[in-house]
Design a protein around this ligand. Structure first.
Ligand code: SAH
Length: 232
């Protein structure tokens, strides 16, 4: 084999292994959607489509990539976690999103949940309190081409008044109560989903619906989330 054909041969090998690896992720993602989401009752086509297409393995640390499609949460650094795929899907479905919506997320973490929302709606605003996580999520989302997601470093307790009101709000850290600024920044007819509970007791996933000035809340099921922290 001369040098030229050896070069082409190596290049082909290299491309095929990249293709096989990508294909492997696609297969794992299809299985995740079928066995972890649809089998447990997730029906919203927008949520299912989005989770079939967002490359979750790009949002976990390199050494955990092979576990990205497992039925569980994974560490993402700074003592924080990327939520279990089913919880991401359930919370997304609960918001009853439309493609024209503007959504606020509190707790960017890896950026995965924001990406799932970003595939469904027009614009996503997401706030992360840990600076390093905010910076890395911002560059990860940019590199992956999500141009409708804006990441901000800060305390999400205050929401994002300049961008309010929002059609939907999702909080992905366990709070002791529902922050009033978030209720104020929700549109009439808007949905919020937030884990709520005292720090020493069970946290429930709570859905919030704003109808005129009425706030209708419903406890759904117990969940485990990293705590909602404050920048005093
Ligand atoms: N949604 C993330 C996972 C969230 S883990 C993902 O898809 O990867 C919860 C995140 O909320 C953590 O990164 C934590 O630092 C952040 N957080 C906690 N309290 C916060 C607050 N007051 N404002 C903004 N982010 C907060």
């Amino acid at each position: 084999m001369n040098y030229g054909s050896f070069f082409i041969y190596s290049l082909t090998l290299c491309f095929s292994s990249v293709l096989i690896a990508q294909n492997d992720h696609v297969i794992k993602r299809e299985q995740m959607v079928k066995t972890q989401l649809q089998a447990r009752g997730i029906k919203d086509p927008l949520t299912l489509f989005s989770m079939l297409n967002v490359p979750r393995h790009e949002f976990v640390p390199k050494n955990l990539e092979e576990h990205a499609y497992r039925d569980g949460a994974l560490p993402i650094g700074g003592g924080q976690t990327i939520s279990q795929p089913y919880i991401v899907a359930f919370m997304t479905e609960t918001l009853k999103l439309k493609s024209t919506d503007r959504v606020l997320e509190i707790g960017t973490g890896s950026g995965y949940q924001a990406a799932v929302l970003g595939k469904i709606v027009d614009s996503v605003y997401t706030i992360e309190i840990i600076k390093e996580l905010a910076i890395s999520a911002k560059s990860r989302l940019e590199n992956l081409g999500y141009d409708n997601i804006t990441v901000k470093w800060g305390d999400g307790y205050h929401g994002w008044p300049e961008k309010a009101p929002f059609d939907a709000i999702m909080v992905t850290a366990g709070a002791e109560s529902i922050p009033q600024p978030l209720i104020n920044q929700l549109k009439d007819g808007g949905h919020m989903v937030i884990p709520v509970g005292p720090s020493d007791n069970v946290t429930y996933l709570v859905s919030v619906f704003k109808k005129k000035d009425r706030i209708i809340t419903k406890d759904m099921f117990p969940v485990r989330f990293v705590p909602f922290t404050r920048n005093e």
